[in-house]
Design a protein around this ligand. Structure first.
Ligand code: ARG
Length: 563
């Protein structure tokens, strides 16, 4: 990674730690450091004088990474990467291909993502967790971490008592119930329970039966679980998401008692109005309920057990929770409890909180105000993509089967990219026109740029780009802009993982595509004036295609050879 190499060179020369940034204005170089300003404040000296001193030390290193160092403004030191350095990087991209930017980081990361609830349709709420969680997984795996995905599905809890009660009440225990029907049963339970006080009691009794392993209760529950998992599988297939483990809340049922005992034994549980609660030393954190007044466990109890299991089983350095922001307080309580129990420091857990989905009109819901079913949204995306393809000149001639592949990749890609282009913490606006805009910051825009680059390479009959020489004597500005951007990919990927921000990779891809398109619209590739220029531009094209592919791959978005 150039950034690291340069940092090392500078630090060796000046004997101080230096932070490197990319100046906003490329005329100020490729990297810049404010180390002279920092030192000047510390030593109470003139920053420009310090900068002069540091620059002369840096120059004496005779590094081949840069060919110009300049002092600018009050004492910034700016570096201009050398042609040799930029070309070496180009060579690395073409040689390492999909491995370019990989690292060998040590450590284990568990990623908790997706987490839909059984007997309920997979809503858009779980879509963000699934999309972002998968990219966090990809990023960490790419960087060399041992990465473990775990889908903590909601398949246990008192709500299943309600479901069982209602199923029995309506005499539906023998039939096969779809997710829709299961969801409706819940709704009916709540409607009817408003007028019938005995129902809540009945539901509790059914949950107790379920917990105690009653055959009928378990059977009905298992059927509902299987139906749900089958349906989730369908969605994961559409999204091309594969999660290593699906343990789910029910998996921890056998160890809940022990966990509760441990919390009590360590003096962390307190009886309060019939329930057992855990209190926290910090005041802004309200107590968490460990056991309800009827001694039933809850989401929190099961999450504690989950932590214990994960720590023992995988010894992770970090457990990431890709969960909606509305659970921030809850997860804070959870991480605190794990620390108070002496299991692990809070820093070993991190909540990557995501915002909500909205439409242009406001809240994301159907006309009747029900929850939006994800499967319909995804089918809709594919249908809309198909329409666009029918209108595109390049895709119109494709065989039907390939058109379908393209429609799926574009539709699903558009939904994913729309999410990934933003920092996870913000809300997402669902705007089909923007998401599918071939000229905007969208998946289809990137896929199209990639496909066009590949088409140029096919036409050139270029067996292997010749990147051994340093290219034409003089670069055009647009060529230089691409060349001076590509080398950042490895540092962007590392940064994206460190900050849990897939959007950095998405933004990189957009900016790279923009720079490449500016180049492509201005300068002929196949019709370049000289053979040398042509070779260089093809080499550039090939590297850009590679990096677009690498970026989209990390983002879980398919690339297409033609569209
Ligand atoms: N099933 C949960 C929900 O729908 C999400 C699970 C998140 N993971 C966790 N370990 N709590 O809210």
């Amino acid at each position: 990674m150039i950034q690291e190499e340069l940092k090392k060179t500078i630090e060796k020369a000046i004997g101080e730690r230096a932070v490197l940034e990319h100046p906003a204005n490329p005329e100020h170089g490729d990297y810049s450091t404010s180390v002279a300003l920092v030192l000047a404040t510390k030593l109470d000296k003139n920053p420009r004088a310090i900068a002069e001193e540091l620059v002369s030390k840096i120059r004496s290193e005779k590094s081949k990474l840069f060919d110009r160092v300049e002092i600018a403004g009050p004492g910034f030191i700016n570096f201009f990467l050398s042609r040799e350095c930029l070309f070496n990087e180009l060579t690395s991209i073409l040689r390492e291909k999909e491995k370019y930017g990989r690292r060998k980081m040590k450590g284990t990361v568990v990623i908790d993502y997706s987490g839909p609830n059984i007997a309920k349709p997979f809503g858009v709420g779980h879509l963000r967790s699934t999309i972002i969680g998968q990219v966090l997984y990809n990023l960490h795996a790419f960087l060399g971490y041992k990465t473990i995905g775990d889908n903590h599905i909601g398949d246990w809890g008192t709500q299943f008592g309600k479901l069982l009660y209602q199923i029995k009440k309506e005499g539906l225990e023998k039939g096969d119930l779809s997710i829709q029907q299961l969801e409706e049963l819940y709704v009916r339970f709540h409607q009817e329970a408003e007028h019938d006080e005995t129902m809540e009691e009945g539901a509790r009794a059914w949950f107790k039966k379920l917990e105690d392993g009653d055959t009928e209760a378990r059977q009905i529950w298992k059927k509902a679980r299987d139906t749900s998992l089958k349906e989730f599988e369908h969605i994961y297939k559409l999204l091309e998401v594969k999660i290593d483990n699906t343990l789910g809340e029910s998996f921890y049922e056998p160890i809940l008692k022990n966990v509760v005992e441990e919390v009590k034994k360590k003096g962390l549980a307190k009886k309060s109005r019939g329930a057992w609660i855990v209190e926290f030393p910090n005041e802004e954190l309200p107590p968490a309920i460990l056991l309800k007044s009827d001694e039933a466990t809850n989401y929190f109890t099961r999450d504690l057990a989950t932590i214990q299991y994960r720590l023992k089983k995988w010894k992770p350095n970090l457990i990431l929770y890709e969960v909606g922001a509305e659970q921030s307080l809850y997860l804070k309580q959870l991480f605190w409890t794990a620390e108070l129990l002496g299991w692990a420091k809070r820093e070993r857990f991190h909540h990557v909180a995501h915002g909500l989905y909205r439409t242009k009109e406001g809240k994301f819901s159907t006309r009747k105000g029900q929850t939006v079913h994800l499967e319909e949204v995804l089918e809709d995306a594919i249908n809309r993509a198909r329409e666009i393809i029918e209108q595109s000149e390049t895709a119109r001639g494709l065989p039907t089967e390939e058109k379908e592949t393209v429609a799926k990749a574009v539709g699903i890609g558009a939904v994913k990219f729309n999410d990934l282009l933003q920092n996870p913490s913000g809300d997402i606006v669902f705007d089909w026109d923007k998401m599918l805009n071939l000229k905007g910051n969208s998946a289809p825009y990137l896929q199209y740029t990639y496909a066009r680059a590949k088409s140029i390479l096919r036409k050139s009959n270029l067996a292997r780009p010749s990147y051994s020489h340093l290219g034409p004597a003089k670069f055009e500005k647009e060529e230089m802009d691409v060349l001076r951007y590509m080398y950042r990919f490895p540092e962007i990927v590392a940064e994206a993982a460190k900050l849990f921000s897939p959007n950095l990779v998405a933004q990189f891809a957009v900016e790279l595509a923009q720079k490449y398109n500016a180049f492509y619209n201005k300068l002929p590739v196949l019709q370049a004036e000289t053979e040398e220029q042509k070779q260089f531009r093809l080499t550039l094209t090939s590297s850009v295609a590679q990096l677009l592919q690498n970026s989209l791959h990390l983002l879980g978005i398919e690339t297409l050879e033609r569209m």
